[in-house]
Design a protein around this ligand. Structure first.
Ligand code: C5P
Ligand code: MG
Length: 159
């Protein structure tokens, strides 16, 4: 069996008046993520992990932020595109593990909704999608509430 793994990481600034969308789920928050698209840091990290597993470059190669088509775009579109590319190459997605690093708000109560949304976009069972949350213990730009980060690992396989 051909098993591959890919790593994804992303970072976005937090700003007032922006939505906080993580894995396609908009979470009530005073501050949201700033970026060209909807800045869904978790969707971006998982997209890069999938592209990485299949050695298909990175999110910016497929969706340049200089392209007006992607302005304000729902990042789940990027994720779905990466899923399609992985499938086109004959791979299935085995599992995803991820971590969102954000000082506040607390995200635990949204974990299930985020996992469900991601599992649907990924076309895999819920139990194959892991989403974890961490603070940065008040240290650095994430800890000071100026930004949010996400990390993801994707495993794909074909027989
Ligand atoms: O960062 P720390 O280890 O203090 O996080 C403790 C727990 O708080 C995490 O395991 C996670 O379940 C939760 N958490 C959360 N939302 C965040 C950060 C952490 O629900 N933004
Ligand atoms: Mg991003």
């Amino acid at each position: 069996m051909d098993v591959r793994s890919g790593l994804g990481w992303d970072n976005h600034r937090l700003a007032a008046g922006r939505a906080l969308t993580l894995g396609g789920v908009t979470v009530p928050s005073e501050f949201g993520l700033e970026g060209h698209s909807d800045a869904d840091v978790l969707a971006h990290a998982i997209t890069d992990a999938l592209l990485g597993a299949a050695a298909l470059g990175d999110i910016g190669m497929h969706f340049p932020d200089s392209d007006a088509r992607w302005k304000g775009c729902d990042s789940m579109v990027f994720l779905s595109h990466a899923v399609a590319l992985v499938h086109e190459r004959g791979y299935r997605i085995v599992n995803i593990d991820s971590t969102v690093i954000l000082e506040r708000p607390k995200l635990q109560e949204f974990r299930q909704a985020i996992r469900e949304k991601l599992a649907a976009a990924l076309g895999i069972e819920l139990e194959r999608v892991s989403v974890k949350f961490k603070t940065a213990e008040k240290v650095g730009p994430v800890g000071e509430g100026r930004s949010a980060e996400a990390q993801a690992v994707a495993t794909i396989a074909k027989d």
